[in-house]
Design a protein around this ligand. Structure first.
Ligand code: PEP
Ligand code: MG
Length: 576
């Protein structure tokens, strides 16, 4: 048989070659023939819900270690779904009407998932997959089945599935799952994010027609960075992919070995490379992967799951533990970034039509000065002991920056009056995440010490592309000329005020963006810890002259595709 080439969406880089393992979804719902009494069925369901909750906590904690905080939060959201009154009431109602717990659960999950899938708001529609995932977990607990997984995989293989749930993906054993390809899914789906953070090569969005013809055991070759799957690869293609895979592995080993060295360009220009973290565990990973500083602590992850905001002492203890782990490396704590896709459980969050344009980040903090000041006091206090800076998220203009700084001043004054030790001198910065802040960067930089580009949001607001909506995921383009020009003008404006400018959006860890950002003069790059070794390696192979040339040409191009082509030509010839 001849080789068949399937083109999908690149979801997670890396090359995998091996037999296919086709996953046939097991049917949801195995009604028991004779239910016990409704009370007993409800008790069975409650026990299953408890077991499912415990397994989700374990899964979240595992993902925290294997991936990162933000990825692990997917499973906190799943835990919240377990307590959703619509799920619980639906199951109870059906059990009272005579159904066994399994049948009641299956029907309720179907109903909820269908309702979500039919909603016009894409964010809710995308949650249908999560509800089904939670439903399967509950059903397994009810049936006494072991955790979902691919334990039946006879040998290391490439998984082929219509779609993988986030739980499936998080449970993959990288020793056995050489990679996966799915018919459905997009680059920004939870499944793709998990694959990237776990380092499993993956291609998604291949379409059912293409994948339907693959049988278990058939040989596949998958190239995650190109979104390519070869079915029954010819020996020539196989050999060249094997050679490329060996080269990538060698390169990664070299990168890891050199990760603790300071970042420097080929012509000796020092650049600051830091990490983004959410909690203590990722601070450890940051140190391990060679972070010189923490460019972003997403402090809200210390709050999100708890029924009330942690008090000052709890926060102080959390920040101190992180600082101790960092062994003297500087830490930038971003103040509460609640709202958007991170509504906390301890604040009334009204339903909003556009949460990303709504009550979010600094807006919430300025409306809740007490909550805000409690955090500021904790940061100022830890700053008396360690090198800590403060950063405000989603500031739009000087009015917001001034009000935030006033509250910071009040917090410091309170601490002084109370005789508590606090940082009397510390840097205060802002994130540039909105077009407004980008346009006013000169004014804002005039009244703070540094600026960090939050490109995850800056891109979504500049291009008007919801960062969580899979349907427009292809339009979320960091290398879009409009984004590059915005970044360039911010860097120039901030430098003109004599301040430094960093980036803590995902873009700072993206290989194709590195030459451009270096060339535009970015001072600090902060990224997921695991991206650091690769970024330092790349910086070491680029001269500043080369980077400036690439950047200058990139901002003059008309489309992301042209920018990508320019950078990939430039990076193609880098020496190992
Ligand atoms: C950003 O928007 O780029 C950013 C780093 O903040 P978050 O991803 O937490 O919104
Ligand atoms: Mg942001």
């Amino acid at each position: 048989m001849g080789e068949i080439r399937l083109q999908g969406i690149p979801a997670s880089e890396g090359i995998a070659i091996g037999p296919a393992f086709v996953v046939v979804p097991e049917p949801l719902g195995l009604p028991r023939p004779s239910p016990e009494s409704p009370e007993q069925e409800i008790a069975r369901f409650e026990a299953a819900a408890q077991a499912a909750g415990a397994s989700l906590i374990a899964l979240r904690d595992r993902v925290r270690v294997t991936a990162d905080e933000a990825t692990a939060a997917i499973f906190d959201a799943h835990r919240m779904m377990l307590d959703d009154p619509m799920l619980r009431d639906g199951v109870r109602r059906r059990i009272q009407a005579g159904a066994a717990a399994e049948a009641a659960l299956t029907a309720t999950v179907d109903e909820l998932a269908q309702m979500l899938a039919g909603m016009a708001d894409e964010r809710f529609a995308a949650r249908a997959a999560d509800v089904r995932d939670v439903g399967r977990r509950l059903l397994r607990a009810l049936l006494g089945l072991p955790e979902a997984g691919f334990g039946s995989m006879p040998q290391p293989a490439i998984i082929v599935a219509h779609d993988l749930t986030p739980s499936d993906t998080a449970s993959l054993d990288p020793g056995k799952a050489l990679g996966f390809c799915t018919a459905a899914g997009g680059q920004a789906s939870h499944t793709a994010i998990l694959a990237r953070t776990l380092g499993i090569p993956a291609v998604v969005g291949l379409g059912q027609a293409a994948l339907g013809s693959i049988a278990s055991g058939q040989q596949l070759a998958l190239d995650g960075s190109r979104g390519l799957v070869l079915v029954d690869p010819q020996s020539g293609s196989r050999r060249s992919l094997e050679a490329e895979s060996r080269r990538q592995q060698r390169r990664r080993a070299d990168q890891l070995q050199a990760a603790s060295k300071p970042a420097e360009t080929a012509d000796g220009v020092r650049v600051r490379v830091g990490a983004n973290i959410g909690k203590l565990e990722s601070a450890r990973a940051a140190v391990q992967f060679g972070a010189e500083e923490i460019g972003l602590l997403r402090a809200e992850f210390l709050y999100l799951g708890s029924p009330r905001p942690p008090d000052e002492e709890t926060q102080l203890a959390a920040y101190r533990a992180i600082c101790e782990t960092l062994e003297g490396r500087p830490l930038i704590v971003r103040t509460l970034d609640l709202g958007g896709d991170k509504p906390p459980s301890f604040l009334e969050f009204p339903h909003e039509l556009n949460p990303f344009l709504g009550w979010r980040a600094i807006r919430v903090s300025l409306d809740h000065p007490q909550l805000f000041k409690t955090q500021l006091r904790a940061i100022l206090r830890v700053g008396a002991l360690y090198p800590v800076s403060i950063m405000f998220p989603m500031v739009n203009d000087l009015g917001e920056l001034r009000r935030a700084k006033d509250l910071l001043g009040e917090a410091a004054e309170e601490l002084r009056r109370e005789g508590l030790a606090y940082a009397e001198s510390h840097q205060v910065g802002i994130m540039v995440e909105t077009p407004s802040a980008a346009l006013l960067a000169d004014q804002l930089a005039g009244e703070c010490d540094f600026v960090s580009l939050g490109t995850n949001d800056l891109i979504q607001y500049t291009l008007a592309v919801d960062r969580t909506n899979e349907r427009v995921a292809r339009l979320f383009q960091p290398l879009h000329p409009a984004v590059l020009r915005s970044i360039r003008s911010v860097i120039e404006a901030v430098h003109a005020k004599g301040k430094w400018v960093g980036m803590c959006g995902e873009m700072a860890g993206m290989q194709p963006a590195i030459p451009i950002l270096l060339g535009l003069g970015l001072d600090e790059f902060s990224m997921v810890p695991s991206a650091i070794p690769g970024v330092k390696w790349l910086m070491g192979r680029l001269s500043m002259t080369q980077a400036r040339e690439i950047a200058e040409r990139a901002v003059s191009l008309a489309s992301p595709a042209e920018v990508e082509a320019l950078v990939s030509r430039a990076l193609a010839n880098l020496a190992d």
